[in-house]
Design a protein around this ligand. Structure first.
Ligand code: D5M
Ligand code: FE
Ligand code: ZN
Length: 483
């Protein structure tokens, strides 16, 4: 275990003081603890001491607990039976993806149909929750004198100065206000506009319900990792931003070279979770930050980088908010004209996509909605991206709020609902890094290959580039490799 700690430290560019290594070694999840400390420390000192860690007081919480069967370790272990990528054909099933299925015309009735679908699916999940047995319509609830349970979509959520939330929720027939006390259910994940939730509470003054509990669709506690038969692995990268002056080519090349080594021979899949290129005209005065100012040439560079990777590696590419496809989510795959620049065999899918890799369900989402979650949920921060991912899973929705920074297309059905539960949930976008677990679902945020932009400096966003999460598809073990 000490070895894992030391190599993780080294990969992250810090040296561990022996006293600190001993201290971490005694914790329940030493590697998780070190990852949490490294995430919380910016800038990082060259030598990390116990004093410095204790000054972080309180010690940052470790990522969600990992069961002993699936440790989060620092280094990809050799498979004793000698599993190698070239001995297996790729086995990919695209289970959910908007590509080629968009029906959206942007009419007013599209929006009401879209939200009806969202309400129907998510309220169905809520009705199955024990806490909401006997839920009644809002109309009926307001006329009752005892404890009531209702299910509604949040029309608006205001936080009062005392930290309480005042919601307006709506079901198929009526709406009402809900007061959510800060000290009670309000402490447990803020309600956000357009999420569908259950309220256990009682009528209070006129048309207001006083909430005693907020019930979310959430993930059942027993969700188990359904592993592949073979010890093949999937690696995740995101936010390459090729074309940007800040693209970290040296680090990418180190990674590309490593993929060809014995240590990496079990990695069969490489999933690119969006923002493949920096694009053009994505934000004001972007041209000043570009090394390549033609979007097609940016993709040609990516194609050349992908061509240099081992041939037996199955590459899968999703778009992000910088890519050349429609920005509204769900985003279809990159257009045919761009795909043609890439080697045969690269698979292009939309954002989000639910993929089955060697039998293991992997939900991939670039993660643009994190920009909205950080402003609406106090517990969600850019440097701890897994916190935002957990909030998505609790709501069973990748981008709950309409009308914020995440553009949503009102498709006939809501493709951002997390209907089928995956074994692995991957995001990018925040240029951070994280690996962990929530109720049996492996969580990972796939870092970036772009240095800090002026915009990020201004907003105090410190990227953690060149970190690659890798999941063993057989066991669910999750590794982090730094480049
Ligand atoms: O986003 C990279 C990171 O920078 C991500 O954490 C969001 C943040 N970012 C970038 N642009 C904005 C704006 N306009 N508002 C708020 N936060 C932003 P990327 O998608 O790579 O540009
Ligand atoms: Fe990005
Ligand atoms: Zn992005």
């Amino acid at each position: 275990m000490q070895e894992d700690l030391l190599s993780l430290a080294m990969e992250s560019g810090v040296l561990l003081d022996p006293e600190l290594a001993d201290y971490l070694g005694e914790r329940e999840h030493p590697v998780d603890s070190l990852l949490a400390i490294l995430e919380a420390m910016n800038p990082r000192p060259l030598v990390l001491t116990l004093d410095e860690v204790q000054a972080l007081n309180p010690l940052p919480p470790t990522p969600p607990a990992t069961p002993a069967s699936a440790p989060v370790t620092a280094r990809l272990r050799k498979d004793r039976l000698g599993t190698r990528r070239e001995d297996y054909d790729p086995d990919v099933v695209v289970r959910q993806d908007i590509t080629g299925r968009s029906t959206c015309t942007g009419e007013m009735q599209d929006f009401s149909r879209y939200f009806d679908h969202r309400y129907k699916v998510l309220s169905g999940l809520l009705r199955a929750r024990r806490e909401l047995v006997g839920a009644v319509s809002i109309d009926r609830a307001l006329k009752m004198a005892r404890e009531v349970r209702v299910i509604g979509i949040v029309q608006s959520a205001k936080r009062t100065r005392t930290g309480n939330y005042l919601l307006l929720i709506e079901d198929e027939e009526a709406s009402c206000q809900v007061l959510v006390p800060a000290e009670g259910p309000g402490a447990d994940g803020a309600p956000v506009p357009d999420e569908v939730l259950g309220i256990v509470g009682r009528p209070w003054k006129d048309d207001i319900l006083l909430a005693e509990e907020i019930v979310r669709p959430d993930v059942p506690p027993s969700h188990a990792f359904a592993g592949a038969d073979e010890a093949l692995c999937a690696a995740f990268v995101s936010d390459l931003h090729v074309g940007s002056r800040l693209f970290l080519r040296d680090r990418w090349e180190r990674f590309a070279k490593w993929l060809g080594t014995e240590e990496a021979c079990r990695i069969k899949y490489l999933v690119v979770v969006g923002d493949v290129v920096d694009g053009i005209g994505v934000y004001p005065r972007q041209d000043e930050d570009l090394a390549v100012d033609d979007v097609y040439r940016q993709y040609e560079e990516v194609a050349a980088m992908i061509s240099a990777l081992p041939e037996e590696l199955q590459v899968i590419i999703l778009p992000g908010n910088h890519d050349a496809t429609r920005p509204a989510e769900p985003q279809p795959a990159l257009p045919e004209g761009i795909q043609q620049a890439f080697p045969d065999g690269v698979l292009f899918v939309g954002n989000p996509s639910l993929l089955r890799l060697h039998g293991v369900d992997v939900l991939c989402y670039h993660g643009k909605s994190m920009d909205d979650l950080v402003t609406s949920i106090p517990a969600v921060t850019y440097d701890r991206p897994l916190t935002g991912m957990v909030e998505m899973l609790k709501r069973r929705h990748l981008a709950p709020s309409y009308g914020g920074k995440t553009p949503l297309a009102p498709e006939r059905t809501d493709h951002l609902i997390v209907d089928a539960l995956p074994s692995i949930f991957a995001t990018g976008h925040v240029h951070g890094f994280g690996i962990g677990e929530y109720r049996g679902i492996r969580l990972l945020n796939a870092s970036t290959w772009q240095g800090q932009t002026a915009f990020q400096r201004m907003h105090n966003i410190t990227p953690k580039p060149g970190m690659v999460p890798i999941v063993d598809l057989k066991t669910g073990e999750t590794f982090a490799q730094a480049f």
